[in-house]
Design a protein around this ligand. Structure first.
Ligand SMILES: Nc1nc2c(c(=O)[nH]1)N[C@H]1C(S)=C(S)[C@@H](COP(=O)(O)O)O[C@H]1N2
Ligand SMILES: [Mo]
Length: 200
């Protein structure tokens, strides 16, 4: 690498870190409640409901046989760590949405995880091309701590919007706070605007 390339990559590195964030090379584990351990995947499904013409439920086998893509991104946790250059394998949101007919009033999404944990976001952020259903990270299946078997990944928002142990996608007309949003976190959570808490 010559000097110009190096200084260029340095400048772009700084451009990739939102205000108040610090780089980490590890992969911290953060969540509320217990890690679910699955024994029998025949009991797992992903339910798509709310403002849809017909509810859709995908079984584990159906979900795992959907086409996958590779994604590369940076993630930013509200507790101030950022992790760059994550490599994931996942299912595009559009692949799942091909099976769903939304009602015209649908504007927001509530992601439902195991044990009743939830997080909310606008539909445009959910269907953005960079958002996806993550199955592998760094070439390996997600560990139980990081959301096995499927987690949402919405890299342009703080990482709390990336629901681990995803089980449901609910379409809504009005925005409603999810778990952390009811407990003081921002309704939207843009790391570039430091939207950490509801007063930011
Ligand atoms: N189901 C569920 N998903 C969750 C959370 C949680 O408590 N429950 N915590 C969120 C928060 S606050 C963060 S920072 C990320 C952390 O993901 P990681 O443990 O894979 O780093 O998961 C998000 N997804
Ligand atoms: Mo978080």
């Amino acid at each position: 690498m010559n000097f110009e390339q190096r200084s260029e990559s340095k400048a772009s590195l700084a451009d990739r870190i939102p205000p108040g964030q610090t780089l980490t090379t590890g992969f911290p584990v953060l969540h509320y409640g217990d890690v679910p351990y699955y024994r029998d995947m025949s009991k797992w499904n992903l339910r798509i409901f709310g403002l849809v013409e017909e509810e859709v439920t995908l079984s584990y086998n159906e979900f795992m046989s959907l086409p996958r893509q590779e994604y590369k991104n940076d993630i930013h946790c509200v507790t101030t760590w950022s992790k760059l250059d994550n490599v994931w394998e996942g299912v595009a949101v559009s692949t799942v949405m091909e099976r769903v007919k939304l009602k015209p009033e649908a504007r927001y999404v509530m992601l439902h995880a195991e044990q009743g944990w939830t997080t909310n976001l606008p539909i445009e952020d959910f269907t953005r091309e960079t958002s996806f259903f993550g199955i592998k990270h760094g070439g390996e299946l997600l560990t139980p701590e990081h959301g096995y078997p499927v987690r949402m990944v919405v890299p342009h928002l703080y990482f709390w919007k990336s629901a681990k142990w995803l089980r449901g996608i609910e379409f809504m007309e009005k925005d409603k706070p999810g778990f952390w949003e009811r407990n003081g976190y921002h309704m939207y959570g843009d790391p570039w605007q430091s939207q950490r808490y509801d007063f930011d």
